[in-house]
Design a binder for this molecule. Structure first.
Ligand code: PEP
Length: 249
C-alpha cells in the first residue's frame, strides 16, 4: 500500500479564539483531497476549541507533550490528557524547541516513546542549521536526531511516527529548500531507516517536508518521490493552506 500524503499545520504561538475558529471553519467547509491526511497543531490553550469545531476528517495535534504521566510538572501536558481530549497527534523535536528551549535529542526521544506508548501519533521534526549544511553534515545531523528516537522506540514504534524534515534555515525565512535539496535529504533519511530499522519500515514511513512551504512551491515539492507531505507553519494560518493540502489532487 502506498504512503498516504500527510499535511500538518503548525500554528506555533499564533492565533486567538476568533482567528482559530475562522481557520477551522474554513478548513471544515473547504473541499479537501480525501487522499491526504490533515492534522492541525494550534497552541495548547486552543486544542479543545479546534477539536470541537473541526470536521472529524481533520485531526488535531499538540505542539509538544511531556514524558511523565501526571504530577508536579508545572506548565506541562501529559499524553493521557491529550488522549482524554481526543487530540491524537503531537509534534515533537521542532527546531524552535531544540534551539530556543534547548531540548536535547534524548529528551525528544523519551517524549516520543511516551507519546507512542500512550497511543498518540508523533510528527517528529529533524533538520540541520545553515552552518551544518555548509559543513556538509546534514545527513549526520538528521540521522543522529532520528537514531536517538530509534533507540527508545524500536522497530514497531515507527508505524505511528511521521518524520518532518525541516531545515532550520528554511523555517519562517521564505527560503524554501529546492526540490532537489528536499528530495536528496528525504532519500537519505529513507535509506537510513532501511539500514537502521528495516526496509519495510523505510517503505511505509512518511517523510514530510517543512520550511516556507506555500501555495506556489507546494506542487513541485509534492512531486518528489520521497516527499510524502508537508509541515506548514506560517501558511497554515492563511486560506492558502487549503491549496497546500490539495497539492497532490
Ligand atoms: C514550521 O514551523 O514547522 C514551519 C515549517 O514553518 P514555516 O512554514 O513558516 O517555515
Amino acid at each position: 500500500m502506498g504512503r498516504k500524503f500527510f499535511v500538518g499545520g503548525n500554528f506555533k504561538m499564533n492565533g486567538t479564539i476568533k482567528s482559530i475558529k475562522e481557520i477551522v471553519h474554513n478548513l471544515s467547509t473547504s473541499k479537501l483531497d480525501p487522499d491526504t491526511e490533515v492534522v492541525i497543531a494550534p497552541p495548547s490553550l486552543y486544542l479543545l476549541l479546534a477539536r470541537g469545531h473541526l470536521s472529524p476528517n481533520i485531526e488535531v495535534a499538540a505542539q509538544n507533550v511531556f514524558d511523565k504521566p501526571h504530577g508536579a510538572f508545572t506548565g506541562e501536558i501529559s499524553v493521557s490528557q491529550l488522549k482524554d481530549s481526543n487530540i491524537t497527534w503531537t509534534l515533537l523535536g521542532h527546531s524552535e524547541r531544540r534551539t530556543i528551549l534547548r531540548e536535547q535529542d534524548d529528551f525528544v526521544a523519551t517524549k516520543t516513546k511516551a507519546a507512542l506508548d500512550g497511543g498518540i501519533g508523533v510528527i517528529l521534526c529533524c533538520g540541520e542549521s545553515l552552518e551544518e549544511r555548509e559543513q556538509g553534515v546534514t545527513t549526520d545531523v538528521v540521522t543522529r536526531q532520528l537514531q536517538a528516537v530509534n533507540k527508545t522506540i524500536g522497530k514497531d514504534g515507527w508505524k505511528n511516527v511521521v518524520i518532518a524534515y525541516e531545515p532550520i534555515w528554511a523555517i519562517g525565512t521564505g527560503k524554501v529548500a529546492t526540490t532537489e535539496q528536499a528530495q536528496e535529504v528525504h532519500a537519505a533519511i529513507r535509506k537510513w531507516i532501511s539500514e537502521a530499522v528495516s526496509s519495510e519500515v523505510a517503505e511505509q514511513t512518511r517523510i514530510i517536508y517543512g520550511g516556507s512551504v506555500n501555495e506556489k512551491n507546494c506542487r513541485e515539492l509534492a512531486k518528489q518521490t520521497d516527499v510524502d507531505g508537508f509541515l506548514v507553519g506560517g501558511a497554515s494560518l492563511k486560506p492558502e493552506f487549503v491549496q497546500i493540502i490539495n497539492a497532490k489532487a
